[in-house]
Design a protein around this ligand. Structure first.
Ligand SMILES: NC(=O)c1ccc[n+]([C@@H]2O[C@H](COP(=O)([O-])OP(=O)(O)OC[C@H]3O[C@@H](n4cnc5c(N)ncnc54)[C@H](OP(=O)(O)O)[C@@H]3O)[C@@H](O)[C@H]2O)c1
Length: 295
């Protein structure tokens, strides 16, 4: 089967491209900056600025993918808040271009959304009432709404706090950032009053594979099963890597004045994915071990 993955430079999309090519799919990845693309692989890379609808249409009608996984996004909440017009363009309008092309191609459209479409009182189920607390979450919810109102075959996947292995100068996830700081003896302050269900990246790939193979539609939460604060996650990383956990200071979010609001109690419930996709996420400890290749 032919898959097109957007944002192939991004953390998740890099993993998706590698995962599906190893599964024997024909994989096409679109990128904007080619700095960290995987060389010497059978992945077909295409330079594509997604905000240009004519470029999007030209590429999609040439490639004719059967599956489109839309992972590209303006994904930093602070940037979305600071430039809301760009955020709407990148996160909502781009999604519309891809949904429209998907419909014409009769492709299965799989959209990467986020727990940020919800507010407090997590962990949330798929049908909980959305209540984004910041503009990033609002833009992702607007994109979800336009997908749901289209007649294209779609699935919406919502992960939380993605982490996992990195290679070839890829951007770090939180666990690598913590490890690097501790290895250089740098003190770090990490929030201990925000709760998440951190998601091992390959679990998302496996969940999406099931969505494709079983031709599932609708929303699915693909997250970890355990709830941690970022401080608790950092302590776990330190312990498993034998690093100095006394360098990590627990702080409250109030001591980190941020331009955007983030939920204290977020996280996602994964019962639907377990039941319908045979989803079996790794424990956080297993995920850290695999991220750093430790036994
Ligand atoms: N990371 C998380 O913890 C997390 C949690 C929940 C949901 N998500 C969602 O999961 C998806 C993947 O997240 P991620 O963390 O892997 O993202 P990421 O590392 O920030 O990568 C996003 C990619 O999108 C590309 N992109 C953005 N706008 C573009 C445009 N106009 N044209 C072409 N490419 C464009 C960027 O390209 P450049 O590299 O060229 O800038 C970047 O490589 C996103 O949709 C995000 O909202 C992420």
């Amino acid at each position: 089967m032919k898959i097109l993955v957007t944002g192939a430079n991004g953390f998740l999309a890099q993993h998706l491209c590698k995962f599906f090519v190893n599964k024997g799919f024909e994989v096409h990845g679109t990128y904007r900056n080619k700095s960290v693309l995987q060389v010497n692989t059978p992945i077909h890379y295409h330079l594509l600025e997604l905000t240009d609808v004519s470029l999007v249409e030209t590429l999609l009608y040439a490639v004719k993918p059967e599956i489109i996984i839309h992972a590209a996004a303006m994904s930093k909440p602070d940037e979305c808040n600071n430039d809301q017009d760009a955020c709407i363009k990148n996160n909502v309008e781009v999604t519309k271009y891809l949904v429209d092309a998907s419909k014409l191609l009769n492709a299965h459209f799989i959209y990467l959304s986020t727990d940020f479409i919800f507010g407090e009182n997590g962990p949330h189920s798929e049908n909980d009432f959305p209540d984004p607390l910041n503009f990033y979450g609002t833009s992702k919810l607007l994109a979800e709404k336009l997908i749901k109102s289209s007649s294209t075959q779609y699935a919406i996947v919502r992960p939380v706090f993605i982490y996992g292995p990195t290679w070839n100068g890829m951007r770090s996830s939180f666990v690598q950032w913590v490890a690097e700081k501790l290895k250089t003896g740098t003190k770090i302050k990490i929030v201990n009053d925000q709760f998440r269900t951190p998601t091992y990246v390959e679990d998302i790939c496996k969940g999406i594979e099931q969505i494709i193979v079983c031709q599932k539609t609708g929303a699915y939460h693909l997250a970890g099963s355990e709830i941690y604060t970022p401080y608790q996650m950092a302590i776990k990383v330190a312990k498993l890597l034998g690093l100095d956990e006394s360098l990590i200071e627990a702080v409250n979010s109030a001591s980190f004045p941020e331009p955007v609001i983030r939920a204290k109690k977020s996280g996602l419930k994964i019962d639907k994915a377990i039941k319908e996709l045979n989803y079996k996420p790794l424990s956080f400890e297993e995920g850290i071990r695999k991220s750093f290749n430790i036994c």
